[in-house]
Design a protein around this ligand. Structure first.
Ligand SMILES: Nc1ncnc2c1ncn2[C@@H]1O[C@H](COP(=O)(O)OP(=O)(O)OP(=O)(O)O)[C@@H](O)[C@H]1O
Ligand SMILES: [Mg+2]
Length: 145
């Protein structure tokens, strides 16, 4: 338990709190930490809604990838000198699906994440990503408040 922890981050304060708490747990269990950020590219659905040309789409996707890399860079600052192995992954797709799949693929035994993220509408306790992961993950989930 807690040997390999997936920590999904979206750049929000809530996610950084979760990352710090994952490291606290990780120090007790000598855990490896896998930091993941997921970007959602513009797809055909967006194309149907607004007739953008392909350059605009690929430019927007390049911007998204840049943002994803920035989130991972910021995650490295939060991680600091954590004593065990940490890997950083940029995934592309649907956030909760990609996070659950990544936990499976890496053989992780826990997911630690924030209750809310970037949109942070205060009246709800959970965001859509945290509630889907709590529902569909097949490993234990720690949702940090
Ligand atoms: N794109 C993402 N990549 C990686 N982790 C994410 C991503 N989005 C959310 N998370 C993780 O899920 C946690 C909860 O965020 P969530 O997106 O569910 O809440 P929200 O942004 O407040 O609401 P919503 O996105 O449903 O409008 C975050 O603190 C972070 O740990
Ligand atoms: Mg969100």
């Amino acid at each position: 338990m807690f040997k390999k922890i997936v920590v999904p981050v979206d750049g929000s304060e809530s996610a950084w709190r979760a990352l710090r708490q994952a490291m606290e747990v990780g120090m007790k269990f000598d855990s490896e930490i896998i930091v993941i950020t997921v970007i959602q590219p513009y797809n055909n659905a967006a194309l149907l809604a607004v007739p953008l040309d392909n350059n605009v789409i690929s430019q927007s996707n390049a911007d998204l990838e840049h943002i994803g890399q920035e989130v991972l860079r910021a995650a490295k600052d939060v991680v600091g000198d954590y004593k065990h192995n940490v890997t950083y992954t940029l995934e592309v797709g649907h956030p909760s699906e990609r996070i659950i799949a990544a936990a499976k693929e890496t053989g992780a035994d826990a997911i630690v994440l924030g209750s809310r993220g970037l949109s942070g509408i205060a009246e709800f306790f959970l965001g859509s990503v945290s509630s889907k992961i709590a529902q569909y993950s097949n490993v234990p989930v720690l949702i940090c408040k």
